[in-house]
Ligand binder design. Structure first.
Ligand SMILES: NC(=O)c1ccc[n+]([C@@H]2O[C@H](COP(=O)([O-])OP(=O)(O)OC[C@H]3O[C@@H](n4cnc5c(N)ncnc54)[C@H](O)[C@@H]3O)[C@@H](O)[C@H]2O)c1
Length: 439
């Protein structure tokens, strides 16, 4: 694939089915958002696929089409949604419960939202400790449950009339665990499924079912799913794109804006303390130490990778970095994130930066989920298989080929994403050299 000058992309014909394990705050905000944009009730703010442009050729050419006009993406009118959740609420009820969007807006969308009812989930309390619900597949080995998910995928495709599918995990964060023996090869994993190995989590069963069914899989949460040798092998074998992990939506988004700026100016950093208050169901799940650990790992990695202390020891070798999330129900989805950044400048003189980001978690995450499924479907039609590193832009913990360090700098990530789109369409890559303007 990488040897070709550009990709051959199959057209986006027919409907694209978006399959989502977990129908909570992010998923309902995504679906309600797509329905309102389709009806002209709101604008898709925050979505690169819907609003972004890509410059082509030289600056003097004046060619900057919208991304959605430049590459053949599925249109919003062609999207259909299928979900799983441990609760029986339909999408309207779940959106009301999530409390992200206001009631008048949801009431205008009641008909399409009420029609989306979650399929029975594969769930394991060992992996998400704080919640329990009735809408679950409770019988069978892990392999049988994965097969039931494959059957769900088949019947959703048939009933929705979708010609293609893409899956994105927007379910709760599972407890932190590392890849075990069972995650090393597809064969090990399949044996593990048959033996109901305790190291196999529900999200891994959804991912297995998706990849076996030829459906791309993106992971919006920080836990271990497609970032294992077994899943990477399966994705390559089935020629399916995978991407992850953990939406880069709020505080880490801020970090990856600021840290590259400090490094660009060669300013030093001695400490970065981040804390959040959050009162939605995600906050409740993250209040449990095992699930928080998954989040902490992806949240901590970004700064170190961006600042490269091994190259700049005098600026970044002794950073004290701490991240906290506090569950505080009165705030619901309206998270508040504080950052205290201790920096130093010329001759080592200390300075401080304070950030108080009064954000809305799911308002920030929903457009990322939309872009991801549209780009994953594009990648599939372009024949791009395995890890989609060009989608690092969307993730706190970007997946890469084994042995490569991930790129966290959001501006480099955006350049890489746009250059990938240019490459797909056979356009010149943009290097920003620009000497020709001065010849
Ligand atoms: N909102 C953000 O800004 C943001 C950013 C990064 C990552 N995330 C991650 O995205 C995910 C979704 O966030 P949210 O705010 O919508 O959470 P949420 O708690 O509102 O929704 C998660 C839903 O998943 C369901 N669920 C749990 N386990 C399941 C399973 N095995 N199968 C099917 N459904 C299952 C829960 O019942 C719940 O309805 C979380 O993992 C969160 O950490 C969110």
């Amino acid at each position: 694939m990488s040897q070709k000058e550009y990709a051959t992309i199959a057209p986006a014909e027919g409907k694209l089915g978006i399959l989502v394990p977990g129908m909570g705050a992010v998923t309902t905000t995504l679906i309600a958002g797509v329905e309102s944009v389709k009806r002209g009730l709101a604008a898709p703010v925050g979505s690169l696929t819907q609003l972004g442009t890509v410059r082509l050729g030289k600056r003097t050419e004046g060619r900057s089409p919208k991304i959605k006009d430049f590459v053949p993406l599925a249109g919003l009118n062609d999207l259909v949604f299928g979900t799983w959740d441990i609760f029986e609420d339909d999408c309207y009820e779940a959106a009301v419960h999530a409390g992200v969007l206001d009631r008048p807006m949801l009431d205008r969308l009641k008909e399409p939202l009420s029609a989306i009812k979650p399929m029975k989930a594969v769930f394991d309390q060992e992996y998400v400790k704080r919640i329990t619900g009735p809408n679950v597949k409770d019988k069978g080995s892990k392999m049988e449950k994965a097969e039931m998910l494959m059957e769900d995928i088949r019947s959703f495709k048939e009933s929705s009339g979708a010609s293609r599918l893409a899956m994105i995990w927007c379910g709760s964060t599972e407890v932190h665990h590392s890849a075990a023996a069972v995650h090393q090869t597809v064969k090990d994993f399949e044996c593990g499924l048959m033996k109901s190995d305790p190291s196999i989590s529900p999200s891994q069963m959804y991912a297995y079912a998706a990849l076996k069914s030829g459906v791309p899989y993106a992971n919006g949460a920080p836990h271990l799913t497609v970032d294992t040798p077994a899943m990477m092998e399966l994705a390559r074998e089935r020629q399916v794109p995978i991407a992850g992990k953990d939406f880069k939506s709020g505080q880490t988004f801020m970090k990856t804006l600021i840290a590259p700026g400090l490094k660009a100016r060669m300013l030093g950093l001695s400490g970065w303390f981040s804390t959040n208050i959050l009162g939605n169901r995600d906050g409740e799940v993250l209040d449990e130490p095992g699930s928080f650990k998954s989040k902490e790992v992806t949240k901590l990695s970004a700064i170190e990778q961006i600042l490269q202390p091994e190259l700049y020891p005098e600026l970044y070798k002794n950073i004290y970095h701490k991240v906290r999330i506090e569950y505080y129900p009165p705030r619901g989805d309206a998270k508040e994130g504080w950052d205290n950044i201790d920096i130093f400048g010329w001759l080592g003189y200390p300075m401080q930066i304070k950030i108080d980001f009064l954000c809305r978690d799911s308002i920030l995450a929903a457009p990322l989920a939309l872009d991801l499924v549209l780009f994953m479907d594009l990648a599939q039609r372009a024949g791009m298989k395995g890890v989609q590193e060009w989608l690092s832009f969307y993730f706190k913990g970007p997946m890469t080929a084994p042995g490569l360090y991930p790129e966290h700098d959001i501006f480099i990530q955006l350049m890489k994403l746009k250059n990938t789109l240019r490459w797909m369409q056979g356009e010149d890559l943009i290097t920003h050299l620009g000497l020709e303007y001065y010849d």
